[in-house]
Ligand binder design. Structure first.
Ligand code: ZN
Length: 123
């Protein structure tokens, strides 16, 4: 390979890497074509729900409640048993998120709620 061929190859690789980096930046920083990845988080103190856009740099749960400034926002599982389904689901913070070992029961209907809790039954 001649010196000029090597240079050409290096330039080519640099351009390709640049394109990949630019695209991944664009994809991560939210071009409008990419739907926002939003999750509902629930405050363990006020029981309010907060839609939060997932983005890099948020760190670990719990996230900061923008109204209280305290780290009390947790991800939720939705209970769709009986009366909860009729209301469109009940958001429940799992005990494991709160550092408790006991199983989590829905405060509305009393059913057990697990990680990846089943969605509404489809029939
Ligand atoms: Zn329930």
């Amino acid at each position: 390979m001649s010196e000029s061929q090597k240079k050409g190859l290096a330039v080519g690789v640099t351009v390709i890497v640049g394109i990949i980096l630019a695209y991944s930046l664009y994809a991560n920083l939210g071009g409008e074509r990419i739907p926002a990845n939003t999750r509902q988080l629930k405050c363990s103190e006020t029981n309010e729900l907060f839609p939060l856009e997932m983005k890099p740099g948020l760190g670990h749960y719990p996230h900061v409640n923008p109204e209280t400034g305290r780290r009390t926002l947790y991800p939720v599982e939705w209970c769709y048993n009986g009366e909860c389904l009729a209301k469109g689901g009940t958001p429940v913070i799992l005990n494991t998120q709160l550092g408790k070992e006991e199983p989590t029961y829905c405060p509305v209907c009393g059913h057990i709620v697990r990680f990846h809790n089943p969605g509404p039954a489809r029939d």
